[in-house]
Structure formats: structure tokens, C-alpha cells
Design a protein around this ligand. Structure first.
Ligand SMILES: *[C@@H]1O[C@H](CO)[C@@H](O)[C@H](O)[C@H]1NC(C)=O
Ligand SMILES: *[C@@H]1O[C@H](CO)[C@@H](O)[C@H](O)[C@H]1NC(C)=O
Ligand SMILES: *[C@@H]1O[C@H](CO)[C@@H](O)[C@H](O)[C@H]1NC(C)=O
Ligand SMILES: *[C@@H]1O[C@H](CO)[C@@H](O)[C@H](O)[C@H]1NC(C)=O
Ligand SMILES: *[C@@H]1O[C@H](CO)[C@@H](O)[C@H](O)[C@H]1NC(C)=O
Ligand SMILES: *[C@@H]1O[C@H](CO)[C@@H](O)[C@H](O)[C@H]1NC(C)=O
Ligand SMILES: *[C@@H]1O[C@H](CO)[C@@H](O)[C@H](O)[C@H]1NC(C)=O
Length: 279
């Protein structure tokens, strides 16, 4: 025997007394008082911190009460870190607040009731506002050929929705290396790098959750390179290059580096090989 308690008993020791030094016997446990002296609070008759399930549009009343007060106790309410102003007569021994109506923005927001004289005596509920996905974004995005297109699908959902992109009703295959998808809790973003004319179309951001589905349609219009303005459509090649029949045959004139083709008009083409174009 070295004085250690078996594992099971150790876990039942009160917090703060479980620090064991090797070889120190634990007989002291027998003499600890068993009663809890702190003043206890309850919200809606429950003394545990907890998530409170609710829905947008509902009225949620929170009733904080001091359990068996031995003296008049003043109460404070906080929404997150902000003090809630309470009317006279709604502060002593018990205090009620009402969230009316609950909105989707209240999801994850904490409401805390505490004793004015002792901030350790407190109880919190966190609203768990459940609703079908809500999406929003631009309807029309216009991008110059060869630029990157960014479609931002702003998302709110609880529970978390499964998000997907479609192009013209077809599931967007991510095998295309020009597509990048970024997802955070409130954004589902599709970036198409170096857009081509063929990228024009209707893109749908789709959210599926156990509470319902939602979609938002983005129309992407890829505008031709203005440098080609005036050229017949058949001679406006993709890829930022222009086939120019000259001398012994057609060669390709391409945008060099990151120079913007917007600055270049048909009438003012720099000589081939000079910036921002190269042969
Ligand atoms: C403050 O409240 C805590 C938790 O209820 C309690 O443990 C502590 O003894 C209280 N302190 C005072 C000074 O009443
Ligand atoms: C709390 O419990 C009391 C008595 O048990 C009851 O009268 C009261 O309606 C309950 N309040 C809430 C908010 O559940
Ligand atoms: C208080 O709330 C907790 C967490 O939601 C729950 O597990 C417990 O049963 C509730 N207690 C009472 C007395 O309703
Ligand atoms: C609060 O509780 C205390 C102790 O029970 C009591 O003396 C006091 O009158 C109560 N005050 C109110 C406003 O209920
Ligand atoms: C995209 O949507 C717009 C507006 O809803 C519609 O006019 C257009 O025909 C659609 N284009 C395609 C390729 O489906
Ligand atoms: C949401 O979409 C999923 C998958 O497409 C489908 O199984 C489900 O029935 C849809 N739910 C609703 C409420 O439309
Ligand atoms: C934008 O798109 C959304 C969803 O696709 C649609 O509900 C809304 O009416 C559109 N707004 C305009 C101005 O076209």
C-alpha cells in the first residue's frame, strides 16, 4: 500500500482536492464538509448552464431566480458581455427577460444572469436558434475574359448545411483545376480562375440541411477582351491570345505578364514583343 486510491474513487473526489502527491495519504477526505455554501441561481427552474433550443419568430422568456435566498439579492442580466437594462421591481431575488422575437442572429448568443454582489454566482443559457438555410449573393457578376471570377454565396444555417455549386443545373465538377471553393461558416465561395467565354452561365449555390433546402442563382457574364472589339467573333480567340495573319502566316499575339488588356485598344496596339503584349 502506498496511499493511492483506486482510479474510480479518485475521479469522484471534489474538484480541487484531486491533486495527489506520490505517497501522501488521503485520510483528510473524511473531514471535509459536504454542504455547498454558494447562492444558487436557476433559469426557467434549471440550475445548469445549457443550450436553449428555439426558432426564429418565437418569443423566448428567461426567468432567473435565486434558489432559497437568505437575504434580498440583486440580479444582473447580460446579453453576451453587454448589460441588459432591467426595470425597477425586476431585479431582486428574481428577474425575467424576454427575447421577442428570436431572430437568426441570436443563434449562439449567450444570456447570463448573475448576482450583483458576486459575479461568480451566475448561470447562462446559449440560444440554439434552428432554421432552414438562408442564402444571399449578387445576382449578376460581370467579368472580363482572363480575369478571375468570384461568386460569394453568403450562408446562414443551423444546423450546418451541406453546400454545393451547380453550373446550369449540373453538379460542378471540381476536377477542373481553375475552380477553387472556399468555405467558412458564413461564406461559400467559388473562384473561377482566368475565366473563358464558355464559363458564362448560371451558377447555383445549393444548401441542404435537415431543416430544409435553399438555393441562390448567380448569373456570370464573361465579357470579351476589349482589345478584340471590332474583330469578328470568329477571330476572337480564347486564352488572351489573338491570332494575327501577318507576313508568312498567322501567329499569336498574347498578353504578357499581368498587364491588363483593358488598357489596350485595337487602334493603339503596341508593337509586337513590347509590353504588355508579346508574340
Ligand atoms: C460567490 O459565489 C460563488 C458561487 O456560487 C461561491 O462559491 C462563493 O462563495 C461566493 N462568494 C461570496 C463572497 O459570497
Ligand atoms: C418553475 O417551477 C414552479 C414550481 O415548480 C412553477 O410554478 C413554474 O411555472 C416553473 N417555471 C418555469 C419557467 O418553468
Ligand atoms: C436542466 O437542463 C439540463 C440541460 O439541458 C438537463 O439535462 C436537465 O435534465 C435539466 N434539469 C431539469 C430539472 O429540468
Ligand atoms: C428576497 O428574498 C429575501 C430572503 O428570502 C426576502 O427577505 C426579501 O423580501 C425578498 N425580496 C423580494 C423583493 O422578493
Ligand atoms: C440564366 O438565367 C437568366 C435569368 O434567370 C436567364 O435569362 C438565362 O437564360 C439563363 N441562362 C442559361 C444559360 O440558363
Ligand atoms: C433537400 O434536398 C435533398 C437532397 O437533394 C432532398 O433529399 C430533400 O428531400 C430536400 N428537402 C426538402 C425539404 O426539399
Ligand atoms: C436575385 O436572385 C434571387 C435568388 O436566385 C432571387 O430571389 C431574386 O429575386 C433576384 N433578384 C433580382 C433583383 O433579380
Amino acid at each position: 500500500m502506498n496511499g493511492f486510491l483506486p482510479q474510480g474513487q479518485l475521479q469522484m473526489a471534489p474538484a480541487g482536492f484531486a491533486r495527489l502527491l506520490p505517497g501522501v495519504p488521503l485520510l483528510v477526505f473524511a473531514f471535509l464538509p459536504c454542504t455547498i455554501t454558494g447562492t444558487e441561481l436557476a433559469i426557467n427552474n434549471n440550475t445548469t448552464d445549457r443550450w436553449l433550443p428555439t426558432e426564429p419568430g418565437q418569443d423566448q422568456s428567461l426567468s432567473c431566480r435565486v434558489q432559497n435566498p437568505s437575504q434580498a439579492e440583486e440580479l444582473l442580466w447580460f446579453r453576451e458581455d453587454g448589460r441588459v437594462s432591467l426595470q425597477e421591481g425586476n431585479r431582486v431575488n428574481a428577474s425575467d427577460i424576454c427575447i421577442s422575437p428570436v431572430s437568426v442572429d441570436d443563434n449562439g448568443v449567450s444570456f447570463t444572469c448573475q448576482l450583483a454582489r458576486n459575479q461568480s454566482a451566475r448561470i447562462s443559457v446559449v440560444l440554439d436558434v434552428v432554421f432552414p438555410p438562408i442564402l444571399a449573393g449578387e445576382n449578376l457578376t460581370s467579368v472580363q475574359e482572363e480575369d478571375d471570377a468570384t461568386l460569394n454565396c453568403r450562408t446562414k444555417a443551423n444546423p450546418v448545411a451541406e453546400m454545393t455549386w451547380y453550373k446550369d443545373k449540373l453538379f460542378l465538377s471540381l476536377t477542373e483545376p481553375r475552380y477553387r471553393i472556399l468555405q467558412s461558416s458564413e461564406l461559400f465561395q467559388l473562384v473561377i480562375q482566368k475565366v473563358q467565354k464558355s464559363d458564362s452561365g448560371n451558377y447555383t449555390c445549393m444548401a441542404v440541411s435537415s431543416r430544409g433546402n435553399a438555393s441562390w442563382q448567380f448569373q456570370l457574364v464573361v465579357q470579351g477582351n476589349p482589345a478584340w472589339t471590332g474583330l469578328p467573333e470568329s477571330k476572337q480567340p480564347a486564352g488572351g491570345c489573338l491570332a494575327v495573319p501577318r507576313g508568312r502566316g498567322p501567329f499569336r499575339l498574347c498578353r504578357a505578364g499581368s498587364g491588363s488588356p483593358r488598357a489596350v485598344g485595337m487602334a493603339a496596339w503596341p508593337a509586337v514583343g513590347s509590353a504588355p503584349w508579346k508574340a
